[in-house]
Design a protein around this ligand. Structure first.
Ligand code: SF4
Length: 510
């Protein structure tokens, strides 16, 4: 007999059931929100997605609310028939070490291989094994990404060569910010399609209010109208909207930032993908079809496919491949705590730096900014100030609507904070104001000057760049990709004064 499938809140698509009519158990655990402060929008999305799925499944699902998963399981089991209890529960391998340990510790729960990925753990292990251990021969995202494209015949010519003659169109993407204030004006990209809220969302809002008032649960951030898809139907609508109206400009401006256009041409698919509502392969196949059937710009399509079955799939496999201890690495010895103005997303009026103020404000309002503000503004600022990488990982995990343990380990510890000593990236991503000035329209509206490293109007990113270079010059000098920064530092006559200024600024709001 078929087992009853236990579905976690990030396992909500049809591919997590063996047959469309399989019985399912969904458990809401209130302890999850009591354990740590999360963005209220994130709590809203998770609960709304789960309740919408339970409603869709109707009598097929047992939906329980309990303090803990263990209590929820006991309650759910009581509602099953004797035959269903005899068949037992099964669950797809969950997405964090803690959850995996928990489900494996339970009697009578059969743990299945993870679902919802383009590559299985076995396939990844086989591929990585052929390349030796990390640190010996490097594991490179680019190699992995090409392997996935070959394996799934994505964007390939009939002879197996990449479509358009190249695997990588980065060179044609990543243009600086346009002159116009929005992508609508620059490239005719309309505002994204937004889902309509319904009674389920209203009930979630009431419940979150109650948790905050009666149960002392702490949330951060605003919970305005819902922006992200929580049902499969909504996710497919968002996808269609992206393919028809936004994909064309996606690659060109994927790294640019505009103060008046926070969504630009991004897909807004990270939430429905991470809730498991859609499968990554169906997403990239639809993007490829848009190119083949409607002539969508190949560089944009390739850039999007690279994000989904390149980066996203890569950080998922590295999360498991590198082991649980990976998240605790702190190769640069960064020990400063995250300051309150940053942690609470409540820097209104306090932060004068235009880029940081806008990006933090958007995280407060939306629980989301795209990958460049995450990496180069938020991550870059923390890196330059020596903030603790584990606190930063937790901060990204809880403040972002698409944040999960598996997403943030490699992205924050590895890419953003270089705390793994170079496993993920061959060099730290640290930059001065010049990069932000080139890629955004922030600097023109900022009291600081991106070209200045010293003085009252010295850009905190530019000053921070030199302070970081000075602090880590020994390590940076030995890497051919970063040694030029150290040579530059040694030519600066005012290096000591810049370092003293930045030490003085410390972690106060810039
Ligand atoms: Fe940000 Fe510096 Fe530009 Fe101001 S001048 S917006 S702080 S990069």
């Amino acid at each position: 007999p078929q087992t009853v499938r236990w579905l976690f809140a990030d396992q909500l698509g049809p591919h997590f059931l063996d047959t469309p009519d399989q019985r399912a158990v969904l458990i809401e655990s209130s302890r999850v929100f009591a354990r740590r402060t999360v963005h209220r929008r994130k709590a809203h999305l998770v609960l709304s997605a789960m309740r919408h799925r339970a409603a869709e499944l109707g009598d097929q699902a047992v939906h329980v609310r309990a303090a803990t998963y263990r209590e929820g399981l006991a309650q759910a089991t009581e509602q099953l028939t004797a035959d269903e209890r005899a068949a037992g529960l099964s669950v797809s391998d969950p997405t964090s070490y803690a959850a995996r340990r928990f489900v494996r510790s339970l009697d009578g729960v059969h743990v299945l291989p993870a679902r919802g990925w383009a590559v299985t753990h076995e396939e990844f292990a086989h591929w990585a094994g052929r390349r030796g251990e990390p640190g010996e021969k490097r594991l490179l995202m680019e190699d992995f990404y090409r392997e996935v494209r070959r394996h799934h015949h994505l964007l390939l010519e009939p002879d197996g060569e990449p479509l358009g003659g190249r695997w990588n169109f980065d060179h044609d993407n990543r243009e600086p910010a346009p002159k116009q204030p929005t992508l609508e004006q620059a490239a005719g990209v309309p505002e994204p399609w937004w889902p309509d809220e319904d009674d389920v969302d209203a009930q979630v809002r009431d419940d979150l209010d109650r948790m905050a008032c009666d149960d002392g649960v702490e949330f951060v951030g605003d919970d305005g109208p819902r922006r992200f898809a929580v049902t499969r139907r909504e996710a497919l609508h968002v996808m269609r909207d992206f393919l028809e109206h936004r994909l064309e400009a996606f690659g060109t401006y994927e790294d640019a930032m505009l103060a008046r256009d926070r969504w630009m041409a991004h897909s807004l698919m990270s939430v429905p993908l991470n809730l498991g509502l859609v499968h990554p392969l169906e997403v990239v196949q639809r993007a490829e079809a848009r190119h083949r059937e409607h002539g969508a710009r190949l560089a944009s399509v390739e850039g999007f496919v690279r994000q989904v079955i390149g980066w996203r799939e890569w950080v998922w496999h590295l999360y498991w491949h590198l082991g649980e201890d990976y998240g605790q690495r702190n190769a640069l010895g960064a020990t400063e705590p995250i300051p309150e103005w940053f942690a609470d997303l409540d820097a209104r009026g306090e932060v004068r730096a235009a880029c940081l103020s806008d990006v933090l404000g958007t995280v407060r309002e939306e629980g989301w900014v795209h990958h460049i503000p995450r990496l180069m503004v938020l991550g870059g600022y923390a890196l330059a100030r020596g903030w603790n990488p584990q606190e930063m990982t937790d901060w990204f995990h809880t403040r972002f609507v698409d944040g999960y343990a598996w997403v943030m380990a490699a992205n924050v510890v590895g890419m953003s904070q270089h705390a793994d000593g170079g496993v993920m990236a061959t060099k730290p991503y640290w930059s001065g104001g010049a990069y932000i000035d080139k890629m955004s329209d922030y600097c023109g509206r900022c009291p600081y000057d991106p070209k200045k490293r010293l003085g009252d109007d010295a850009c905190p990113f530019t000053g921070g760049y030199w302070a970081f270079t000075a602090r880590h010059q020994e390590m940076l000098a030995t890497n051919p990709r970063t040694s030029r920064a150290v040579s530059g530092l040694r030519r600066l006559k005012d290096a000591d004064a810049v370092l003293a200024q930045e030490v003085d600024r410390g972690s106060s709001a810039p």
